[in-house]
Design a binder for this molecule. Structure first.
Ligand code: AMP
Ligand code: GLY
Length: 422
């Protein structure tokens, strides 16, 4: 079949890499893609939320499956757009309906869903400009640090963790005053959870599910988890502390009630659920849902899946995931993100990248790259992810770091301590 992937990051290059391995994949398109995807697929210069242009492409190229990478098109209803259009309704869309995507699109909705289905999470309350004073009083009843979350999508910047009460009250007013535009019209204040984070990925057809390998990402720019938040500087899979006992609790207390909750509420959901968890003591608590795969988590999760990804996605579309077996590579995977100097603040683009051809025994996933006059140049903050597999994550990391030494572009940066806390 002909397949289209929406997106342009390392996550989408990884999807392209896996889908291209399937003999069921005839033609592969990526919109808009990057320099890496252009080597294994056809890039099409279309934005991920330009539904009309996407429709035109799907019809013209006889595309039968669309795999949605980022959250924006899902939250804007790309699934529903396809299902409500006569020319598109038979296309398999891998991603939830708009109603399902609200689990990421609105933090308040996600909290209500968790409470309704008794899924363990931090205690919370939601406030708007009209209830600012109540919100400030609510903060007084909590212990520091204070967790303030913009309700809507805020490009990963909408969560603030503040030590000082007065500062938290002030920040609540600023957020409700429009700091994140419409995304912070509502602010969720929640209990701080103290523990270690991990992410669990679920592929569901709305009825059945498969739990994919766990992963842990490193979000802050600086070594030792310091400095500003980024999209993710590296990841490892599996997470060593996610033992059988913890995974059983996660499946029983979180995964099953989540999938069953969606079904009970009649929400169409054929895609990935990315569950952000904190292990508090020995118990998992949900901090967030994302309705897509993570980036760079995908770069360590998918290379460990040996099953044919097209077969799995077809089963998602036909709600027969229970008839599929998930085959996994038992080795560990690690990825290190190479970024532009200055990122996540201002950085320059267009730097020539050299040395990619010298990389051995690792997989190169392009993120912010593009082709300019035949050369691969930087085109974003996160530039290239180097993934390696080995018997444990330390050995895998060593390979990635050895290969990164062969890469070069002006002001290239990366974290040299991925996995430091494990
Ligand atoms: P989110 O955008 O919801 O993933 O939140 C960003 C980060 O804030 C998470 O990865 C956690 O590190 C942290 N965080 C979010 N909620 C809480 C919480 N209730 N307690 C402690 N840390 C949190
Ligand atoms: N790496 C975090 C995310 O994709 O949201």
């Amino acid at each position: 079949m002909n397949i289209l992937i929406l997106g342009s990051g390392g996550r989408e290059h990884t999807f392209a890499y896996k889908l291209a391995q399937s003999d069921q994949c005839d033609a592969l398109f990526v919109a808009p893609g990057n320099a890496g995807t252009s080597q294994i697929a056809t890039n099409v210069a279309i934005g991920v939320t330009d539904f009309e242009a996407i429709k035109e492409l799907v019809v013209k190229e006889d595309i039968e499956m669309v795999v949605v990478g980022p959250e924006d098109p899902l939250v804007q209803g790309v699934y529903d757009y396809f299902k409500n259009d006569k020319a598109l309704q038979n296309v398999a869309v891998i991603g939830p309906s708009k109603e399902g995507a609200a689990l990421e699109g609105s933090k308040e909705r996600a909290k209500e869903f968790m409470i309704a289905h008794k899924i363990p999470t931090a205690a919370y309350q939601a406030f708007t400009a009209e209830t600012l004073e109540e919100g400030q009083h609510f903060l007084e009843t909590l212990q520091p640090p204070y967790v303030l979350k913009a309700d809507g999508l805020a490009a990963g910047k909408g969560v603030l963790i503040i030590e000082d009460l007065e500062e938290a009250k002030q920040e609540l007013a600023v957020m409700l005053g429009g700091k994140f535009g419409d995304a912070s019209t509502t602010v969720v204040i929640e209990e701080f959870l103290d523990g270690i984070e991990l992410s669990v990925f679920v592929l569901t057809d709305g009825k059945n599910y498969k739990i994919l390998p766990t992963a842990k990402d490193y979000k802050l720019i600086g070594e030792g988890d310091k400095g500003l938040n980024t999209g993710g500087m590296g990841a490892i899979s599996p997470v060593p502390f996610a033992d059988t006992a913890l995974m059983e609790k996660i499946e029983e207390r979180v995964v099953k009630p989540t999938v069953n909750g969606l079904a009970k509420e009649n929400i169409t959901y054929k895609g990935f659920i990315f569950i952000g968890l904190i292990k508090v003591g020995d118990d998992p608590k949900v901090i967030e849902y994302n309705v897509r795969m993570g980036d760079p988590e995908t770069e360590v999760v998918l290379p460990r899946i040996q099953s044919d990804l097209v077969t799995l996605f077809k089963a998602v579309a036909s709600q027969t995931l229970d008839q599929q077996k998930l085959e996994l590579d038992s080795r560990s995977a690690a990825t290190v993100m190479v970024v532009s100097g200055g990122y996540p603040e201002a950085y320059e683009k267009g730097k020539v990248i050299t040395g990619v051809e010298k990389i051995e025994d690792s997989i190169v996933f392009h993120a912010g790259t593009t082709l300019k006059e035949g050369e691969v140049v930087t085109n974003g903050g996160r530039v290239i992810a180097i993934t390696s597999l080995d018997e444990d994550f330390r050995k895998a990391l060593k390979k990635s770091y050895q290969n990164i030494e062969k890469l070069h572009f002006d002001r290239m940066n990366y974290r040299s301590d991925i996995g430091f806390d494990l």
